[in-house]
Design a protein around this ligand. Structure first.
Ligand SMILES: [Zn+2]
Length: 209
């Protein structure tokens, strides 16, 4: 079974979803290259448990055309959301319109049952949405809901692309108090930038001394 490789560092589900397209830059397969890969990502995101994933995998073998259609739709949504995430509030109207259109396409057909679930292991409660109808097409609903939330709460002003070099494509939500977060992840891009600055300083010092 493929495992999702994209880290979850973006702070919002839809931004982590957009970031799944960076894997090929690291010589790894895109999470959305196959329906199995898509399921693996959804499980890593906590949207599916192993049992439901296995059931969906079996069903995909019986209905390969619907599985492929759901995968293609996920990719189309991702490519509509990336330019919006990269430009945030400054996105051109055309980009925003396309993203909203894709969001509404999914929201418009999402019918299901809302319920509260109780986890007896830790005593916690959570809201759940159980879609009725096409189980494959419904998989993307939480991603799209997350994007819709960002739009209606005005959070889009805090969405940006990583300043990491060489050109890191990851997008993230800046939740820092100063609103000056520059990197997707301190452990990777943040440290690389720090090391690069250090090299420049050392070189300048050598040149001066
Ligand atoms: Zn980065």
């Amino acid at each position: 079974m493929p495992r999702a490789r994209t880290p979850f560092v973006a702070g919002r589900l839809w931004l982590d979803f957009v970031n799944t397209d960076e894997a090929p830059r690291h010589g790894q397969p895109d999470a959305l290259v196959s329906f199995d890969g898509y399921l693996a990502w959804l499980e890593a995101a906590g949207l599916l448990d192993a049992t439901r994933r296995a059931a969906l995998q079996r069903r995909a073998l019986e209905q390969p055309a619907s599985a492929t259609a759901a995968l293609h739709e996920a990719r189309r949504i991702r490519s509509a959301l990336r330019p919006l995430a990269e430009r945030g509030r400054h996105a051109a109207e055309r980009i925003t319109q396309t993203a909203v259109l894709e969001i509404n396409r999914v929201l418009g057909r999402s019918t299901g049952v809302r319920r509260v679930e109780h986890d007896a292991r830790d005593g916690s409660f959570s809201r759940a949405f159980l879609p009725v109808g096409d189980a494959f097409a419904a998989l993307v609903i939480p991603v799209v809901e997350s994007a819709a939330d960002t739009l209606v709460t005005g959070e889009l002003a805090r969405v940006r692309r990583c300043a990491g070099e060489p050109a890191c494509p990851r997008v993230f939500l800046d939740t820092s108090r100063s609103a000056r977060r520059r990197w997707c992840d301190m452990a990777s891009c943040g440290n690389r930038a720090k090391a690069a600055r250090h090299r420049v300083t050392a070189r300048t010092r050598r040149a001066k001394g």
